[in-house]
Design a protein around this ligand. Structure first.
Ligand code: TRP
Length: 449
């Protein structure tokens, strides 16, 4: 497709905003706190930070760079880049893995976002008078109720599809311009509240106390996988957003801003959440139910808990919403640009597919809980398949394609990094990222760890 006809973000800041919107999501506010809690606190945080800097940021730059140079949806961008480099069409796999992977992620992401919608509505009434056992029953009751799960999943998919229907600037960019500032404001309010009325110092110690002995192979590998997930890497989202980026913008600098913002949100959300958890003497290692069972308990007893609780769940909805639209856009762009489908038809087709799979995910918690593959229910199966296999594989291929297949001069002119910084980034993609990612794979196969 003629690149002059493609939509472009209205400014450098718009790209930063939408990409931060994609990166900041359930990964930051739901997954990061509970993984930190179950993986030993500061040990996990330390390794996660190292992975974001050492593997995540270089790959974020590479993926955005591929999108902008390729000027197309993930498949067509890879086709023109492979042609330019005189390389095999097999590299198109990067595009296909991304498009399919994003849809698989969205199918369970939307079900979890549906839980959050239910809790947002509950937060309107407040959690006063609920104790630990009651909150446990609420969560278990939700998981056991297929109709309610499917209904909330449907609402969330409709919200997400609605934004993507509006297009690149009028839909995606506008939604982010409203929700992202709101998200930051709420986060700061929560953090301020945590500092004044809860136990911020305890949260700080838990997250940043230097404890290198607690680091083991499991922690390293979990942290590395999470760095991929939280930065939205390898699934075509960053590539597609990068393809709407104007030529005059420095990919390196904007990527740095995005990664910094994503990391800050995770750390600030973690500080706020754990300051509530510790102030109430709750269990940091509660697992996936941490923000759904433990936090409402904190909201039920603390001063202004109703307001703080509602703000918190609105924050999570915004975060999930601006991420889910970035999971719909790659497949939509592919259908529009490759098959000349209208945008409306493309979004409806993509959403319907994801919705159907999501219904199966919702049922996997109750009616279909007997259905297991490799001992995993559908929810865990999709999470494992995407986070532990497809994302690292796509990341590996992106690193290899960028630093070993493309002409170095093309990469250098596109990325906007000078001299030494370029050499460092290029070297990391050539050697460090591939080796690190292969280590994740070995873990999955069970060779180590
Ligand atoms: N990064 C988002 C989060 O942390 C999730 C997400 C959005 C994502 N787009 C993605 C993950 C693309 C992988 C790939 O919640």
């Amino acid at each position: 497709m003629d690149s002059s006809k493609r939509s472009h973000w209205s400014s450098r800041w718009a790209f930063i905003l939408v990409t931060v919107g994609s990166a900041v999501g359930l990964g930051n506010i739901w997954k990061f706190p509970f993984m930190t809690g179950t993986n030993g606190g500061s040990a996990f945080v330390l390794v996660y930070l190292a992975c974001v800097v050492g593997i995540g940021v270089p790959l974020l730059m590479a993926e955005a760079m591929l999108g902008r140079r390729g000027q197309g949806d993930p498949v067509d961008a890879m086709r023109s880049l492979a042609r330019e480099a005189g390389a095999s069409r097999l590299w198109l796999a990067i595009g296909y893995i991304g498009i399919v992977g994003a849809l698989l992620i969205l199918s369970f992401y939307s079900v979890v976002a549906g839980w959050i919608l239910e809790y947002t509505v509950r937060a309107v009434g407040g959690f006063r008078g609920m104790d630990k056992a009651m909150l446990g029953e609420v969560f278990a009751g939700l998981l056991a109720d297929p109709l309610r799960l499917v209904a909330w999943h449907t609402v969330f998919m409709a919200l997400s599809a609605g934004v993507v229907l509006g297009g690149v600037t009028a839909g995606i960019e506008r939604a982010n311009k409203i929700m992202m500032p709101g998200l930051f404001a709420i986060l700061l309010v929560l953090l301020g509240y945590g500092a004044v009325a809860a136990d911020l110092p305890a949260a700080f110690r838990f997250l940043f106390h230097f404890e290198p002995k607690a680091i083991d192979a499991q922690v390293v590998l979990a942290a590395m996988g999470h760095a991929f997930f939280t930065l939205s890497l390898g699934m075509g989202a960053i590539m597609t957003y990068g393809s709407y980026l104007g030529r005059e913008i420095s990919i390196a600098r904007t990527s740095l801003v995005v990664a910094t913002a994503d990391t800050l949100v995770a750390l600030l959300a973690g500080l706020a959440i754990f300051s509530f958890v510790f102030a109430q003497g709750l269990e940091p290692a509660a697992g996936p139910g941490l923000i759904l069972q433990t936090l409402p308990l904190a909201f039920s007893t603390m001063p202004f808990g109703d307001v703080v609780g509602l703000l918190f769940f609105v924050l999570v909805v915004f975060a999930a919403w601006t991420s889910s639209i970035s999971l719909i856009e790659p497949a939509t762009a592919y259908l529009v640009e490759h098959f000349s489908l209208g945008r409306r038809a493309a979004v409806l087709l993509v959403s319907l597919l994801v919705w159907l799979l999501g219904v199966a995910v919702a049922l996997s918690f109750n009616d279909w809980s007997g259905f297991k593959v490799f001992g995993l229910g559908l929810f865990d199966l999709l999470d494992t398949l995407t986070s532990k296999i497809m994302m690292p594989l796509a990341g590996l291929l992106i690193a290899l394609f960028t630093a070993r297949v493309m002409q170095r001069a093309h990469v250098e002119s596109e990325i906007g990094l000078g001299g030494r910084a370029f050499g460092l980034w290029y070297g990391v993609l050539r050697y460090v990222s591939p080796v690190a990612i292969v280590l994740i794979f070995l873990n999955v196969i069970g060779v180590i760890g």
